[in-house]
Design a protein around this ligand. Structure first.
Ligand SMILES: Nc1ncnc2c1ncn2[C@@H]1O[C@H](COP(=O)(O)OP(=O)(O)O)[C@@H](O)[C@H]1O
Ligand SMILES: [Mg+2]
Length: 252
């Protein structure tokens, strides 16, 4: 067996044992950037917590770790003790590499091998305890980072985020096919930034992947305005909460 492959298997087994107290590990994914992966991850996690579940939120985007900003978290994780403890905000346990680096605003310019190592070490050394849900915010792309995450984490499956744009739909299908090729389940599709004329491209993704549409989140300028301030749309706006609650109910 190739040594690097046996390394992945060893680490996957170790991570599996460390995360054994988590009932559902769900990735939020799209090969395309800017479609709302982080928005869906954060708001879904807070919605599930509001519904009474114990929830963790793992920022697996090493290049652009945006979860802390959207969650309004400025604090750093204590890295003087292992395993690392996620920080709690709005009833959700949150961990992000942005919460362990010196300056979260500086770019991380790393090759794939280093990113894979960072992800593996991060997953292996974070103590989530017992959780009903761990929501994992994935980076875009279909190569290094998402591949490492899919190989290292034993997940219930993925929620794919798409938008009314054809380009987002095409890339969502790509993302779903990648997940399926790696033996991962596609739990369903969220159409984000939807408007009254949309739906067609989400249907296209749904048919191509033989997976249901879990729900639609309307385009609403309030969402980006709130997120820019570190405020959580589902905690500020009843309509946005309803949209996320109906998605959360379909996966719970
Ligand atoms: N439904 C929506 N309506 C309006 N703005 C949105 C919506 N969803 C996301 N946004 C905004 O779009 C931008 C990209 O969203 P983000 O969640 O960071 O995408 P990704 O994680 O896929 O790159 C952010 O500024 C976010 O606030
Ligand atoms: Mg993101």
């Amino acid at each position: 067996m190739h040594p690097s492959f046996s390394g992945v298997i060893r680490q996957r087994e170790s991570i599996k044992a460390k995360l054994a107290g988590i009932k559902n590990k769900i990735g939020v994914y799209s090969a395309k950037g800017g479609v709302g992966k982080t928005t869906v991850s954060v708001n879904l996690a807070v919605t599930l917590a509001k519904m009474g579940y114990s929830v963790g939120l793992l920022d697996a985007d090493i290049d652009c770790p945006n979860v802390p900003m959207f969650m309004g978290i400025d604090e750093r994780m204590d890295i003087s003790h292992f395993p690392l403890k996620p920080l709690e905000k709005h009833g959700v346990k949150v961990a992000s590499t942005a919460m362990i680096v010196d300056d979260a605003k500086k770019p991380i310019i790393w090759r794939g091998a280093l990113i894979a190592k960072m992800l593996g070490d991060f997953f292996e050394n974070t103590d989530w305890g017992n959780l009903d849900y761990l929501i994992i915010d994935l980076p875009p792309g279909t190569s290094d980072s998402p591949l490492s995450i899919m190989q290292l984490l034993d997940m219930r499956g993925f929620i794919l985020v798409t938008t009314p744009a054809r380009i987002a739909a095409v890339n969502s299908v790509r993302s779903g096919l990648m997940a399926k090729r790696l033996g991962k389940a596609v739990l369903g599709i969220v159409e984000n930034m939807a408007d009254e004329n949309s739906g067609e491209n989400a249907e296209y993704v749904s048919k191509a992947l033989d997976s249901e549409i879990l729900g639609r989140i309307g385009f609403d300028k309030k969402i980006s305005t709130l997120e820019d301030k570190g405020l959580i749309p589902v905690l500020e706006d009843a309509e946005v909460f309803e949209e996320f609650e109906s998605i959360a109910k379909r996966i719970s």
